[in-house]
Structures are given as C-alpha cells and as structure tokens.
Design a protein around this ligand. Structure first.
Ligand code: ZN
Length: 76
C-alpha cells in the first residue's frame, strides 16, 4: 500500500510536545484526522487545520491594515 501521508507546518504548536509539524493524508478529506508528526497527538480534523491555516495569516494582515489606517488617521 502506498504511503499517502504528507507533513505540514501549523501556526500553533502541539499542546503535548510543542512541535508545529503535523502529519495528514494527501486525500484532504475534511474529516481526516490530523496527528502531530512528532508525538502522534491528535491535533483535530483536516477541516479544523485548514481553517486555522487560512485564518492565521488573514488576521495578521488585518492587524497590519488596521495599524496603518490608525496611523493615517492620527496624522490627518
Ligand atoms: Zn506533539
């Protein structure tokens, strides 16, 4: 049977060992279980991981936009 797993880096560390690396199936089913690649702790389902990956960068970008907007307002 071929190995259909891949590794990804999560924005948040594993609660057990602090590793950011997770192992998941290449199939990417929303209900696939995602495990820490270092200690095999269950990190959640793929849909949760995908949400986290999408939300983290966006919230950082929004903070930067907000900071830029605030400094612009102050200088006017
Ligand atoms: Zn771990």
């Amino acid at each position: 049977m071929p190995d259909l797993s891949e590794e990804k880096r999560m924005p948040t560390p594993c609660p057990e060992c602090g590793s950011h690396r997770v192992r998941l199936s290449e199939v990417h089913n929303p209900t696939d279980k995602v495990f820490c690649s270092s200690c095999n702790t269950l990190r959640g389902e793929y849909s949760d991981l995908e949400k986290e990956l999408l939300e983290k960068p966006r919230s950082e970008a929004e903070e930067l936009l907000e900071a830029a907007a605030n400094s612009k307002k102050r200088s006017e």
